[in-house]
Design a protein around this ligand. Structure first.
Ligand code: HEC
Length: 129
């Protein structure tokens, strides 16, 4: 029993350390959990909602572009990238593509804080917007 618990812990640790691949296709995200990470932050990384609105006409200032309707826009941003790939890149490598009219000041270290599952959950949530 102890062995099983130890193997599970090692497996979890390894999974946590697996490098995030920027271009691997989105698989099975949990949009509800993604929404939670978006609004509350996770693992010492700031909440996305600090800088992004998600509803058209949302009141108040935001540093980043509104993500209302991003599910449709995402697939049109970079030639050859579908929506999920673009969203993944936007989170892990925000410098790669800077939205016109905005500065390159998105928090750059999500890749060191979030797990593969966290990213999948965020993408699943963003695809509902
Ligand atoms: C410190 C502020 C800040 C935080 C925190 C932040 N962003 Fe951003 N984000 C920006 C800015 C500024 C841009 C526009 C510049 C660029 O494209 O990098 C942007 C761009 C984006 C884009 C591209 C939007 C488009 O229209 O193509 C996506 C998607 C995105 N962010 C998602 C996220 C997600 C998901 C999180 C949380 C995991 C997050 N951002 C956290 C500031 C932030």
């Amino acid at each position: 029993m102890i062995n099983i618990v130890i193997s599970l812990c090692v497996a979890l640790l390894l999974a946590r350390c697996t490098p995030l691949s920027v271009l691997s296709a989105a698989a099975s995200g949990d949009a509800e959990r993604g929404a939670q990470i978006f609004t509350q932050g996770w693992a010492d990384a700031p909440a996305c909602s600090t800088c992004h609105h998600t509803v058209t006409g949302q009141y108040g200032f935001s540093i980043g572009p509104s993500l209302a309707g991003i599910a449709e826009r995402a697939g049109t941003r970079v030639v050859g990238m579908d929506a999920a790939e673009y969203l993944r890149q936007s989170i892990l490598e925000p410098h790669s593509y800077v939205v016109s009219g905005y500065r390159d000041i998105m928090y750059p270290d999500y890749r060191t804080h979030l797990t593969e599952q966290d990213i999948e959950d965020l993408i699943a949530y963003l695809l509902t917007l």
